[in-house]
Design a binder for this molecule. Structure first.
Ligand code: MIC
Ligand code: SF4
Length: 641
């Protein structure tokens, strides 16, 4: 029986387990990436492991999220990461060099390699045929130390692309179409592998837009074959030697199949407040727009911005619209400036932002009260923009640019410009913002500013676990709800005590107070609890607040792993109706917890109501040990005794 491409790469990296969906496997990681907002914790954890030099083929630390230095905190974090990177063998991508996923694709990604990143959009690398996975900082720290990465073997979904996109329909519309069909939960436990005649019609940056936003499906990762288009891209990046041709076997067997006829797609938009709330542009046409933002790791490539420049050339942004553009990398910005496209953008009235995540993570550019904002980003969760009342629409750069001119949502097919942008033969290469690590790290001193606080350490599981239900939240709660990120909070990503006053506040403003007054307790959630980002803070902060377990209808993959890594029990209702029986303030108790963890079923007694609920602890044996020992670090320490 033939193998799919994902299976081939996993097989080549398999350390333990069998490639049977649902079973635990572990794989060797070739490359890691961190960014600054998750990186400080990842490196503090790496340091706690006591490993001198990273053991990967290449590890890169990027600064791209917290670049708005409104006080010394972010700059202190940058210095810490820069020095720790130099000491331990990690390349350091300075602020200004670009968004981690864009730069990794341009300069470091290699087809057939595995990449683990402390950011949920790491699967962007699937656009050049990598198995690229997002994870919590602790998992990335372990991988840097040479440890294998453990996951449940996903199902492999074949996405058969037929035909070719029509002019001004974008690759963004392909992933929006998948989100329309499958929802933000539809990809959980799955790898999306793209095949079919439509693949060869898409360039690497277009493919990467799709694999990037596979994260919004909840997928483990997404991957494209490595073919002539990949060669064209790597060659233009001066990295032809990194190319290897890779595809699925002709007789590969997939667990599921989805077909998309590219020629039938139309421009789409994800409407407020979820990436799967999809409408056709024709339904939205004429909606007045106040702000347009073009950028993010989803859509800030050279090709994307050239399309935007083409549409905006000679035009002026509508009077009532603010248009801001953040090119994805220094390379993109340099090329736009060299070929004059930047001048066209500026002439049209665009506000040029630095090459960083910027407004995508709420670092500035919050829209006005009740404003409508079109963004080429990937997430439109309520409040993520910094303005709770704003309506955020996720769209392609083409649709965004067309709308910037009239100030109303426009169908990009109506622009009077010829479609298509040529892939450059050569990208401009200048890696002078990437600092190589020291040959010998012993003499490098790690700089720890006052903002670098210790991370909370989990304790081994007690046999009797008790506490109050601190809050009850609904379905699809994101990590942006659990641990909000914005220009005010991001500077404190290395300061868990500070962040703890903001935990779950968008859902329940009294949550931190209740957690502190009661010395911790339980959170009750609906389905897909913890969707979105990889931020470990959504587990570390509840850990700091004394949260012992989360009872939910289901969990998102990365968040569930982060809870377990930090010794918090993720418990799934066997009977979903029990969710409605629980009230805030109920006292819950688990007796004989240590033995119950072993069985994978936990009986939670509700002392207040005099009833009990069977909860499933759907974890592997190794994860059971993590919960018992109090997280991954304790387990690792225990194993090495
Ligand atoms: C995001 O897009 O939500 C982030 C910010 O990149 C996060 C990481 C973080 O919270 O620092 C992610 O996607 O993992
Ligand atoms: Fe940065 Fe936004 Fe991409 Fe997250 S989704 S890595 S915040 S650009």
């Amino acid at each position: 029986m033939g193998l799919t491409l994902a299976q081939k790469i996993i097989k080549n990296h398999l350390v333990s387990g069998e490639m049977v969906p649902g079973q635990e496997i572990s794989i060797k990681i070739d490359q890691t990436l961190t960014q600054d907002s998750t990186g400080t914790m990842a490196y503090l954890q790496f340091e706690a492991m006591g490993v001198d030099r990273v053991k990967t083929k290449r590890s890169v630390a990027y600064i791209d999220h917290n670049t708005l230095q409104t006080g010394p905190e972010n700059a202190d974090d940058h210095l810490y990461i820069q020095s720790v990177a130099k000491k331990h063998g990690i390349y350091f991508s300075k602020p200004g060099n670009g968004i981690c996923h864009q730069v990794q694709l341009e300069r470091f990604g290699i087809p057939g390699y595995t990449l683990l990143g402390s950011d949920s959009h790491t699967p962007t690398g699937g656009g050049i045929g990598m198995i690229a996975i997002g994870a919590g900082g602790l998992d990335v720290a372990v991988a840097m130390g040479g440890g294998a990465y453990y996951i449940t073997m996903p199902k492999i979904v074949k996405v058969e692309l037929k035909g070719k996109l029509n002019d001004w329909v974008a690759s963004k519309d392909i992933i929006l179409e998948l989100l329309r069909r499958l929802t933000v939960k539809g990809g959980v436990g799955r790898i999306f592998e793209y095949c079919g005649e439509g693949v060869s019609t898409l360039t690497v940056p277009e493919r990467s837009t799709i694999t990037n936003m596979g994260a919004e499906l909840g997928a483990t990762t997404s991957i494209f074959p490595s073919d002539d288009k990949t060669l064209e891209f790597l060659k233009a990046q001066g990295r032809e030697e990194d190319f290897v041709r890779l595809e699925a076997d002709a007789d590969a067997v997939y667990d599921e199949v989805v077909e998309i006829d590219l020629s039938a797609l139309e421009p789409l938009a994800a409407c407020p407040h979820s990436p799967d709330n999809i409408k056709n542009v024709t339904e939205l046409k004429g909606t007045k727009v106040n702000q347009i933002l073009i950028g993010s790791c989803t859509n800030s490539s050279y090709l994307d911005l050239m399309k935007v420049a083409k549409i905006l050339e000679g035009k002026t942004v509508a009077e009532h619209v603010s248009l801001a553009i953040a090119p994805g990398s220094k390379q993109v910005l340099t090329m736009l400036s060299q070929n004059g496209a930047l001048t066209k953008l500026v002439a049209a009235g665009a506000r040029i932002l630095e090459s960083a995540c910027g407004p995508c993570i709420g670092m500035g550019q919050s829209p006005a009260t009740d404003a409508v904002s079109l963004r080429t980003f990937n997430r439109n969760f309520e409040g993520r923009s910094g303005t709770v009342s704003a309506g955020i629409y996720i769209v392609s750069p083409e649709l965004a640019a067309a709308s910037a001119i009239t100030g109303y949502i426009e169908d990009p097919r109506s622009v009077d410009v010829e479609a298509g942008v040529e892939m450059p033969k050569e990208f401009v290469i200048n890696d002078n913002l990437v600092v190589a690590p020291a040959e010998e790290g012993n003499d490098v001193e790690v700089v720890r500013g006052p903002n670098i606080k210790e991370f909370p350490k989990a304790k081994p599981l007690a046999d009797k676990v008790e506490g109050k239900v601190l809050t009850i939240v609904g379905d699809n709660i994101t990590t942006d709800h659990i641990m909000p990120s914005n220009a005010k909070l991001l500077p404190f990503r290395s300061n868990i005590p500070f962040l703890s006053d903001h935990c779950l506040v968008p859902c329940d403003k009294d949550f931190p107070k209740k957690a502190k007054e009661n010395g911790g307790g339980f959170i009750v959630g609906g389905s897909n609890y913890g969707q979105g980002s990889s931020r470990e803070h959504a587990a570390l902060v509840p850990l700091y607040l004394g949260v012992k377990g989360v009872l939910a209808k289901s969990f998102a993959r990365i968040h569930m792993a982060n809870l377990i890594n930090n010794g918090i029990m993720p418990l799934v209702f066997e009977n979903e109706a029990d969710y409605d029986r629980i009230s805030e303030g109920d006292v819950l108790e688990v007796n004989g917890a240590l033995a119950q963890v072993e069985t994978g079923k936990i009986v939670v007694e509700n002392k207040t109501k005099g009833e009990s609920y069977t909860m499933i602890l759907s974890v592997t044996d190794r994860q059971k040990d993590m919960i018992k020992f109090g997280g991954l670090l304790n387990l690792t320490k225990n194993a090495s005794k």
